[in-house]
Ligand binder design. Structure first.
Ligand code: FES
Length: 124
């Protein structure tokens, strides 16, 4: 079973599991601020589940390419990011979350090894 390491925790999931679902089911604070309440619930349209993922996953799909190139995400800075809701876990992965309501900034909010830091106003 693949291992996921995020926000200082490591857990396992089924091969092919949806990364957003696995993170939320394991209590990981995936959405910043009010994006916890205001998000598309995983259809790939809001962009608030953006994360950086290292490891074996499904390839980035057309929804991710479109949403991660659309403001406030920017094509120039989102090349290393994925939408967790569109990502299937195929092997061991590590996950990093960035600040900003959409997770669009380049400041790390939590890393694979280190859990949360207090939310910034820009996260809300
Ligand atoms: S939850 Fe909205 S794009 Fe992933």
């Amino acid at each position: 079973m693949p291992q996921i390491t995020a926000a200082g925790q490591t857990f396992t999931c089924e091969t092919g599991a949806n990364l957003r679902r696995v993170l939320l089911d394991n209590g990981i604070d995936l959405h910043n601020g009010k994006a916890k309440l205001i998000n598309c619930r995983g259809i790939g349209s809001c962009g608030t589940c953006a994360v950086q993922v290292s490891g074996e996953t499904s390839p980035r799909n057309w929804r991710e390419n479109q949403r991660l190139a659309f403001p406030p995400h920017r094509r120039e800075t989102s090349g290393h990011k994925r939408l967790a809701c569109q990502t299937r876990v195929l092997g061991d992965v590590t996950v990093t979350k960035f600040t900003g309501f959409w997770g669009q900034d380049e400041t790390i909010r939590w890393s694979p090894q280190k859990s949360d830091r207090p939310a910034l106003d820009s996260d809300r």
